[in-house]
Write a protein that binds this ligand. Structure first.
Ligand code: G3I
Length: 314
């Protein structure tokens, strides 16, 4: 039936995949990416990030991002914008700029305004990865200079740039309950209390085979109970290589578990996998000896995980 078809039948808005510009020369890859039955949503994996869009202060470059948006438009797919304010893939003119509070505030406002304003009507990961794993605030030029206020500064600029955009905060290791998820709960509460626009929490879900948190559904529910929506934004479930039948069977179960957790909570609106084929996964380059985290193998053949996703939505 297709992953997006079963996701919609389960009441979700979308099932999607990340992609990246270099992959778009691979015609069989693009054909599957464009299959609306499996994917009715796309996230640009790199081309909307700060280094890609404002490598030089005040000069905005949207060529690569526009290419992906045009592809999605042609296919009839939604876009998640990723991401406005993040400590990584940040040009050194921002990270080492030595800006004071006033100037960095306007740098963040200008960046967010221009990027969100260029791509209207999207869902946005406005702020990415604000927390450390213990729930403390991550050190970054934004936090160091502006304290926690950088989050509200970015969200307010995004809302002003496009009142129709859905505004998210996105992080990893907030899949199950725990200190980092509690920090996210507290942040959303304080944003709501101060009338700062916030529409959703993005759970990245970069997971490990055999280690899906048992509290995932309860955790999604604790976010939606705050009056925000939830999306699973970067799902992949990696394994220690080599691939075996047993690992593929466990991976299938794990995908089913994650999808079932989202299915069970009405406010969990969609799921995005962080690319769809092992051919283009980020995992092996960052975790040597690990990989094969996606539902299609490197030859674009469906793995058991595909059926796990279908079963999770069933
Ligand atoms: O663009 C350069 C290219 O010019 C150069 O030749 C090449 C050589 O290595 O590197 C290219 O940059 C790479 C970039 O991806 C684009 O391909 C960077 O080295 C590489 O580090 C970067 O990795 C990306 C990573 O974010 C950076 O943190 C991954 O593709 C991307 O999938 C990954 O995505 C992140 C999310 O944004 C946030 N959550 C975690 C997730 C996985 O790390």
């Amino acid at each position: 039936a297709g992953l997006a078809v079963v996701a919609k039948a389960a009441g979700k808005k979308y099932f999607g995949s990340a992609t990246d510009n270099p992959e778009l020369t691979d015609t069989s890859y693009v054909a599957q990416l464009s299959n609306i039955k499996d994917f009715n949503q796309i996230t640009p994996g790199n081309s909307m990030k700060w280094d890609a869009t404002e490598g030089t202060r005040g000069t905005f470059t949207f060529t690569n991002a526009d290419t992906i948006v045009a592809l999605a438009q042609k296919n009839g797919q939604l876009i998640r914008g990723h991401t406005c304010v993040w400590h990584s893939q940040l040009p050194s003119w921002v990270s080492n700029g030595g800006f004071n509070t006033t100037t960095l505030t306007s740098v963040v406002q200008s960046h967010t305004t221009n990027v969100v304003g260029h791509f209207k009507g999207k869902i946005w990961d406005v702020v990415n990865e604000p927390f450390n794993d213990d729930g403390s605030w991550r050190t970054s030029v934004f936090y160091n200079t502006l304290g926690t206020s950088f989050v509200a500064i970015a969200l307010q600029a995004a809302r002003a740039a496009d009142p129709a955009a859905k505004l998210y905060i996105n992080d990893y290791n907030i899949d199950g309950t725990g200190a980092k998820s509690t920090a996210m709960v507290n942040l959303v509460k304080s944003l709501k209390a101060s009338n700062t626009p916030i529409d959703g929490v993005g759970i990245q879900a970069h997971l490990i085979v055999g280690q899906v948190p048992s509290t995932m559904q309860a955790n999604i529910a604790q976010f939606t109970a705050l009056g925000v929506e939830v999306a699973i934004t970067e799902l992949d479930i990696r394994m220690t290589l080599p691939v075996t039948d047993a690992l593929l069977a466990q991976q299938k179960k794990d995908y089913q578990t994650v999808i079932a957790a989202c299915k069970a909570v009405v406010g969990c609106i969609g799921v995005t996998i962080w690319d769809y084929t092992d051919k283009y996964s980020w995992v092996p380059s960052v975790f040597p000896g690990q990989g094969a985290p996606l539902p299609w193998d490197a030859n674009l053949v469906k793995k058991p995980a595909y059926d796990g996703i279908v079963a999770g939505f069933a």
